[in-house]
Design a protein around this ligand. Structure first.
Ligand SMILES: [Zn+2]
Length: 73
């Protein structure tokens, strides 16, 4: 869904780094190198980036479809 504001384990604020991380990884850099450059050292915080899956755009599509069904009734 949305990237979490803070690390689930240690509470470090991370959300402000998500866009930078995503852009760097999409441009072809290795995720570990990007996390090192961003100063994310703890493995609890690193897993937040490495395991996150963005599916909010797909979810919004289903939300719109379900609302249209309600309107048609
Ligand atoms: Zn952490």
């Amino acid at each position: 869904m949305l990237f979490p504001i803070r690390c689930f384990s240690c509470g470090k604020p991370l959300a402000h780094l998500w866009e930078k991380y995503k852009n760097e990884v999409e441009s072809g850099r290795q995720p570990g190198d990007v996390l090192n450059d961003l100063g994310i050292r703890r493995y609890c915080c690193r897993r937040m980036f490495l395991t996150h899956v963005e599916y909010i755009d797909e979810l919004i599509t289903y939300e719109i479809q379900s609302r249209q069904k309600v309107i048609r009734r």
